[in-house]
Design a protein around this ligand. Structure first.
Ligand SMILES: [Fe+2]
Ligand SMILES: [Fe+2]
Length: 191
């Protein structure tokens, strides 16, 4: 890993819980492996992976205020579930604090929570890495998703969204928000 990434890790370690940092490092290396497999930039995948949750531990008020002040757009669903804003707010922090400019790094940070229809390859890589990284608790279907991740990334996105929706339904959630449903609509025929 280059010096720039080590500096980011050192800085994140001052603001982030050990557990979140361990997860972020797991996502960074997993995204790097997926980038090697699918021919994307490993360096960009590392940066997007390490930074994807940089705003995850911000308070709801802070997330809403960052998004409002910078006109990042907040849907009603996000306003009721402000943790969803950590993607948009995280990309803002990545740009302002860590000088990230590339859409191949900022896009994956913005869209990693719900995915989106027609994700770019770098976005798919971080979306998948976030779900399969080695520190994730073993859940039903994870072994199959991890295996598929290195064979067919479109199918893996479909499997992950399907798994998330089943999990939410199982918890009695009736309103899952438009964003994840749009992602599902796009990827469902790749299952
Ligand atoms: Fe996240
Ligand atoms: Fe994450």
């Amino acid at each position: 890993m280059n010096r720039g990434i080590q500096n980011i890790i050192d800085d994140l370690s001052k603001h982030m819980s050990d557990k979140r940092l361990r997860h972020s490092i797991g996502v960074m290396y997993t995204a790097g492996c997926l980038a090697m497999r699918y021919g994307a930039s490993v360096e960009d995948a590392y940066l997007a992976g390490i930074l994807h949750d940089c705003a995850k531990e911000y308070s709801n008020d802070k997330l809403i205020s960052i998004c409002r002040k910078n006109n990042l757009g907040i849907t009603d669903y996000e306003l009721s579930n402000p943790f969803l804003l950590h993607g948009k707010a995280g990309a803002y922090v990545a740009e302002e604090k860590y000088g990230i400019k590339s859409p191949d790094i900022l896009g994956p940070i913005i869209f990693h929570t719900t995915g989106r229809a027609g994700m770019t390859l770098p976005e798919q890589i971080v979306f998948v890495a976030d779900f399969i990284e080695p520190n994730r608790k073993m859940i039903e279907g994870l072994e199959h998703i991890r295996h598929t991740a290195f064979i067919d990334i479109d199918k893996t996105c479909a499997l992950i969204v399907d798994n998330c929706l089943k999990y939410l339904k199982g918890k009695g959630c009736v309103d899952m928000g438009d964003d994840i449903l749009k992602t599902y609509d796009y990827y469902k025929n790749m299952l």
